[in-house]
Structures are given as structure tokens and as C-alpha cells.
Design a protein around this ligand. Structure first.
Ligand code: P6P
Length: 332
């Protein structure tokens, strides 16, 4: 069984002129993921459950594990020496890594996505996105993380579920690694992951139905009436944790949707550290990711914590949702 470290080194050869910096950065993330996994899996036994009483930049109540995960990923990225700045869901401003002046990479990260699920023991995850710094001759700044998603050099997630898995891509396909706690290593368990072209699972919070755009209402009506292949209605599966929902759909086929709602007119999910990395992974696995009209990876970011609607998963389902979103629009 190949470990994450062995795999990263072996694949490093795929990159001409690779000097190992990206490999080391990916290994640093893997180390932090093991530490967070250990705590997530015993959160109930520590006084790390519950809320800190603070709110993050999103105005969301912070959980003990949110802060723990944020601190450990930033620490791993800082000590590894390959990252010069971090945009984190938990921190308002761009974090400049002391001593990182010569580091080539910047990282956007949601240290613990879906953390509202922690206290009820439901799957949560980490999502990360890696860019090459724009210009090593000038100090790193916000412009280095406000790059289009197509410029990502790597993207991945960790899903802390029935087992802990790390899934990532460097633009040459998607590979999944399962943590073997007995040896403390991520082991290659899902080589060459591909999302089915279609599927019969849709993941959306239908509690927001009345506020959905008409195109989304039309898609839900379609899903409740027929399936491309079986003619049966779709299955609705919504965990409330993007990483868990997208990971299931990556394996089984399906679509995850978080459209605009009254509470989130621009969508709830954040472009830099949720939509872009998940879009890169889904596209690399043969799927699609859009905001209903545009390819997620081509959206030009303008702010670290900006949000966007997201429709991602099996290509045929995303295309169907886009078609229904365009219906009655001028060009259709
Ligand atoms: P709602 C978690 O807070 C998250 O960012 C995603 O992981 C998840 O899919 C979504 O928000 C859940 O939001 O509004 O359905 O509770």
C-alpha cells in the first residue's frame, strides 16, 4: 500500500523543474490533517466541543475545533517553509507567514468546513487550494490569493467521516488516501478517482426552496420526476457539510447545489477556499462546477471571503441545472 509521502515523491517527477517545494507543502498539509483527525475523532472526550463564544469573520459561531484546526494548519504551513501567506476562513485578513519571504506558494483554506455538525458527530472536512505566488520580487499580498481557480497548482480536501480521507489533485487527475490510524499514514486507497457522468443524487438545502431562483426550482422538479437512466426520481441526500456531500457524489455520481437564497444572495459558499478547490477536483475527475452560468474556475476573485453560488458534480446533471437556470433568459 503506497503512502501519501511515497506517492507525492513519485508524482513529483511529473513536474519538470520540480524542486520538491510543492511536495513538501502537500506533506505539511497531510501532517496537519492527521493531527486534526485525531482531535475530531475524540472531540466528545475533550472539552473541545461546543462554542468558543466568538464568531469568525463570517459572523458564524466558532467551535473549539474550528480554532484548533485553524491553528494547526497555519502552524504546519508556517513551519514547513514552503508557504508565504494563508487566506483562512477563520481569519479576516491575509496571514503573512513570518520568514516566508522566499516561499513560492500561497494557500487558501477552510480549516474545518461544516463545523456546525461537530457536536452531533456528523462528517466535517478541511478544504485547501494552492497557488504559485505571482511575483517573488515583491512582497506577497492579497493579489496572490485573488487568482482565478484555473491558476491553482493543487487543490484538495480532507473528509473526517467513518474514516479520514485526503483527496487531492495537482492537475493530473484525482487520488484519494485513507488514514490508517494503526500506522499514522495516509495510504492510497482510491487511485484515479472519476465522477460518474450522471447520477441520481441531489444535495441541496430544500428548506430554502421558496427563495431559490426559478431555475433551481425547475431542477428540483426535474429531479423529483425522473432520472436520466432509470426513470425513477432522484434521491435527496444533504449532510450540511460540503466536503461530505461532494465526496459522496464524487464516488456515486450526483450534484451539490448551493444557489443564491434570501439569506445568501450571492450564495453561501466561499469562492477561494470552498468553491475553487472543489471545482478543480470535480473537473479533474471529469465533472463540472459552475455558479449556474459561469465556470467556477474562471470567476475572477475580488475579495478573500467572497461568496458564489455553486452547482458541482456529474457533468450531465450540472449541464441540466445550467440549462434550467438559463431558461427564459434572453439568449435561450
Ligand atoms: P446550510 C457549512 O457551513 C457549509 O459551508 C457547507 O459545508 C454546507 O454544505 C453548507 O454550509 C450548509 O449550509 O445553510 O444548508 O446549513
Amino acid at each position: 500500500m503506497q503512502t501519501l509521502g511515497q506517492f507525492i515523491i513519485e508524482k513529483q517527477a511529473d513536474f519538470a523543474f520540480a524542486k520538491g517545494e510543492l511536495s513538501r507543502l502537500l506533506r505539511d498539509i497531510g501532517i496537519a490533517a492527521k493531527i486534526v483527525s485525531r482531535e475530531v475523532n475524540k472531540a466528545g472526550l475533550m472539552n473541545i466541543y461546543g462554542e468558543t463564544g466568538d464568531v469568525n469573520v463570517q459572523g458564524e459561531r466558532q467551535k473549539g475545533l474550528d480554532v484548533f484546526a485553524n491553528e494547526h494548519f497555519i502552524s504546519a504551513l508556517s513551519s514547513g517553509g514552503e508557504c508565504c501567506a494563508v487566506a483562512s476562513e477563520e481569519v479576516n485578513e491575509l496571514i503573512i507567514i513570518p520568514g516566508g519571504e522566499k516561499a513560492k506558494y500561497v494557500v487558501c483554506i477552510d480549516p474545518l468546513d461544516g463545523s456546525a455538525n461537530i457536536d452531533v458527530n456528523v462528517g466535517v472536512g478541511t478544504i485547501f487550494s494552492i497557488y504559485r505566488r505571482l511575483d517573488l520580487s515583491v512582497p506577497v499580498g492579497v493579489a496572490d490569493v485573488l487568482q482565478q481557480g484555473i491558476c491553482q497548482v493543487a487543490a484538495g480536501y480532507v473528509v473526517y467521516g467513518s474514516s479520514t480521507m485526503l483527496v487531492y489533485t495537482t492537475g493530473k487527475g484525482v487520488n484519494g488516501f485513507t488514514l490508517d490510524p494503526s500506522i499514522g499514514e495516509f495510504c492510497l486507497s482510491h487511485p484515479g478517482m472519476r465522477i460518474p457522468a450522471s447520477g441520481s443524487i441531489y444535495s441541496i438545502n430544500e428548506g430554502n426552496y421558496v427563495h431559490f431562483p426559478d431555475g433551481v426550482k425547475r431542477f428540483i422538479k426535474f429531479a423529483q420526476q425522473e432520472n436520466f437512466s432509470s426513470g425513477r426520481p432522484f434521491t435527496s441526500r444533504y449532510i450540511g457539510s460540503m466536503v461530505a456531500d461532494v465526496h459522496r457524489n464524487l464516488i456515486l455520481g450526483g450534484i451539490y447545489l448551493y444557489p443564491s437564497t434570501s439569506a445568501y444572495p450571492d450564495g453561501k459558499l466561499r469562492l477561494l477556499y470552498e468553491c475553487n478547490p472543489m471545482a478543480m477536483i470535480i473537473e479533474q475527475a471529469g465533472g463540472k462546477a459552475s455558479d449556474g452560468f459561469r465556470r467556477i474556475l474562471e470567476i475572477q476573485p475580488t475579495a478573500i471571503h467572497q461568496r458564489c453560488p455553486v452547482f458541482c458534480g456529474s457533468a450531465e446533471l450540472v449541464e441540466k441545472a445550467e440549462l434550467l437556470m438559463h431558461w427564459h433568459s434572453p439568449e435561450y
